[in-house]
Write a protein that binds this ligand. Structure first.
Ligand code: TXA
Ligand code: MG
Length: 350
């Protein structure tokens, strides 16, 4: 069991020294970023990176994100940066933004699953930045959760599932954004969103006047299909309990609400629908999409231990951060979507 350091109020200097020693010794740590918690180690140390894959139970063909604290450190990991890429870096780093760039020989193949590109992110969170800059080298870190489970947005949610292989957990409180960074790769001089996040397609379009959203952001990858990002193929954000995406009109919500009354079924949605679902097990994730993204993973973990037969999750619009939320929800629900109330009846009969 790793030690737990409470840095919610401030960063403890002695503990920071310990963290740097752990990293130097090839051990791995759990630390906060503004998106979700990361489970990280020395990006230039093969063994440390292998430990990360082991701790997560992550398939070795799914590469890690390399976290840096400044542009100089970023340049130590990559070969060349185009003008467009440079513009994206200047605008969105530090922040919830990851850019896929051609890697150089300093980044070991285990980090990038032997791809010739590397995913680079410069977090904005003060604790993350301080750890990376004090360590003086980039930190490879995927989201802190067992592979396939919802990402960790606070220490309590993830401590037990990761405790065996982690030297230290750094508690920085609840993460601000709650879902992972936007992953972008520039293809034919156009930024392509491989995973949407809090830096939105609108933000990128406003900056450079062009943006594409990869078709797999909202659609399932078919067998043998070639994808731009290995993570698209893998199971993600799934609790044990079956989840179903609810994409219906308000009138149908009212009907569904009476169909599931007195049943062992939960509904997750925004405050605005609390009234419609007042007679059922309704759980709000907040008043707007920002709160939705901040709270959804923790809410899924909370409900997963309550043994509901299934959980209905209300869909949201695709504008702004809505696209990122829907990208996660579709996967949480294993692509099961209800858009007519009759489909609920089928689930109730099964
Ligand atoms: O907000 C975040 O990005 C968090 C925090 C900890 O920084 N990290 C995170 O890492 O979400 P992870 O490993 O859970 O997701 C990284 C995603 C995966 O879908 C992976 O396939 C993709 O980035 N990725 C990594 N390297 C890539 C590469 N070279 N080419 C394409 N996709 C890559
Ligand atoms: Mg992840």
């Amino acid at each position: 069991m790793g030690v737990v350091y409470d840095w919610k109020n401030d960063i403890d200097k002695l503990e920071l020294n310990n963290i740097c020693s752990f990293l130097k010794n090839g051990e791995i740590i759990v630390f906060p970023t503004e998106t979700v918690y990361g489970i990280g180690g020395d990006a230039f140390n093969d063994n440390a990176c292998r430990k990360i894959f082991m701790a997560k139970g992550r398939p070795s063909d799914n590469p890690l994100i390399v976290h840096v604290s400044d542009r100089k450190m970023l340049e130590k990991c990559v070969k060349n940066i185009s003008e467009l890429e440079s513009k994206l870096i200047d605008a969105f780093m530090p922040g919830p933004f990851t850019l896929i760039l051609p890697k150089n020989e300093s980044v070991p193949g285990v980090v990038t699953a032997n791809l010739n590109t590397v995913a680079i992110r410069m977090p904005k969170n003060m604790i993350a930045t301080k750890i990376i800059s004090s360590f003086g080298k980039p930190i490879a870190a995927p989201s802190a959760n067992k592979s396939g489970k919802p990402s960790g947005t606070n220490i309590l949610d993830i401590k037990d599932e990761l405790k065996e292989n982690v030297a230290a957990f750094i508690d920085g409180g609840n993460t601000e954004i709650g879902i992972e960074s936007t992953v972008v790769r520039v293809v034919d001089n156009v930024p392509v969103i491989l995973r949407p996040g809090a830096v939105t397609k609108e933000d990128i379009f406003n900056l450079v006047g062009k943006v594409k959203v990869d078709e797999h952001v909202l659609n399932e990858v078919k067998k043998e299909e070639v994808v731009l990002s290995p993570g698209m193929k893998h199971k993600h954000y799934s609790p044990r309990t079956q989840c179903i995406l609810l994409d219906v009109s308000n009138e149908e919500k009212i009907e569904i609400s009476s169909l599931i009354k007195n049943k062992n079924i939960a509904v997750i949605g925004l405050d605005i629908d609390a009234k419609i679902f007042e007679k059922v097990n309704f759980y709000s994730v907040g008043k707007d999409l920002k709160e939705f993204s901040k709270n959804i993973f923790s809410k899924l973990r909370e409900l997963d231990v309550l043994n509901y037969n299934f959980i209905l999750i209300e869909s949201v619009g695709l504008d702004g951060i809505g696209l990122a939320i829907m990208n996660r929800l579709i996967r949480t629900c294993g692509y099961n979507v209800v858009n007519k109330k009759e489909q609920i009846i089928e689930y109730l009969e099964n």
